[in-house]
Design a protein around this ligand. Structure first.
Ligand SMILES: NC(=O)c1ccc[n+]([C@@H]2O[C@H](COP(=O)([O-])OP(=O)(O)OC[C@H]3O[C@@H](n4cnc5c(N)ncnc54)[C@H](O)[C@@H]3O)[C@@H](O)[C@H]2O)c1
Length: 279
């Protein structure tokens, strides 16, 4: 049998927000880090909360992977610079950057406070701008690199999260603009737009637990597949986009959403599915 090399064998990856909100389920940042490590990358786990990143490191090392922790605030340019330096010091270079940090606060344009707007934009968009600013020169110097930005289907579907929607729209715009500017430097920039997946973040935002009927309702409403997605689905997509298998893919926003973006929402409502007329 032919042994398959890991998708990102020998590469060095940084994942921002590689810890996890406490609680049940698998976070997207943690999943991206674990899958990249399983696929052969050495991974720098960046998080403002050292303990959370350490927990991810333990999981990776237990599986025989290689990871290091960097604690810092990715809304600060100096910390993003230090993060990239830490990856270079620990592992020699940076090949892959997964920009994962993002936070959602419910509210419309009237009831969202300026403080919440600023916080959501800072965490969900500024972190990606600053991490890119620090990582791109290292990638450009060697003529290769892959950046994966974690967006959301909220960029193009309303849901009463005005700041989050605006931030994720910004992530998509940042992605295509960076793809253009840095393509000739050998750097690919893509985004993943997850649907409503069952992560610890989702459970903490909605206040529900996995045991409740919410999970089934979420699956039924999510799209054509009628199943729940989780952090692993994002992790696998990120590993592919980070890998050389995606060498001719840049500037795309890949929905990882059970098909939610492909269907008219009406068709997901109970009793409203269009059926052929009786024969
Ligand atoms: N769960 C969903 O349904 C869903 C849907 C669409 C998109 N997403 C996106 O997935 C991403 C987050 O997923 P997750 O499951 O990893 O979230 P998470 O909140 O569980 O983990 C994110 C990590 O980021 C860290 N962090 C927060 N602020 C930071 C900062 N300033 N500097 C450094 N680290 C910081 C936190 O400590 C945490 O460990 C977000 O971009 C979110 O918008 C999630």
């Amino acid at each position: 049998m032919i042994e398959r090399r890991g998708r990102v064998e020998g590469k060095v990856a940084i994942v921002t927000g590689a810890g996890s909100t406490p609680g049940p389920g698998m976070a997207t940042g943690r999943a991206c880090a674990i899958v990249l490590a399983r696929e052969g990358a050495r991974v720098l786990l960046a998080d403002i909360d050292r303990e959370r990143a350490e927990s991810t490191r333990e999981i990776i090392e237990k599986e025989g992977g290689t990871a290091a922790v960097f604690a810092g605030d990715m809304t600060e340019a100096a910390d993003c610079d230090a993060m990239v330096r830490a990856a270079v010091e620990a592992f020699g270079t940076v090949d892959v950057l997964v920009n994962n940090i993002g936070v959602a606060v419910a509210g419309n344009v009237v009831d969202t406070s300026e403080a919440d707007w600023d916080r959501v934009l800072d965490l969900s968009l500024r972190t990606m701008f600053l991490a890119g600013k620090s990582a791109v020169p290292v990638m450009a110097a060697k003529g290769s690199g892959a950046i994966v930005n974690i967006g959301s289907i909220s960029a193009s579907r309303g849901g009463n999260y005005v700041g989050y929607a605006a931030a994720k729209g910004g992530v998509n715009a940042l992605t295509v603009d960076m793809a253009y500017s840095h393509g000739r430097q050998g750097i690919r920039v893509n985004a993943i737009a997850p649907g409503h997946i069952t992560t610890p973040l989702l459970y903490s935002v909605t206040g529900v637990t996995p045991e409740t009927e919410y999970r089934q309702r979420l699956a039924a409403a999510s799209g054509p597949l009628g199943t729940n997605g989780d952090g692993w689905d994002v992790g696998w997509a990120a590993a592919f986009l980070a890998s050389d298998e995606a060498r001719w893919i840049t500037g795309v926003v890949l929905p990882v959403d059970g098909g939610a973006m492909s269907v008219t929402p009406l068709m997901m409502a109970p009793g409203l599915r269009a059926e052929p007329p009786p024969a």
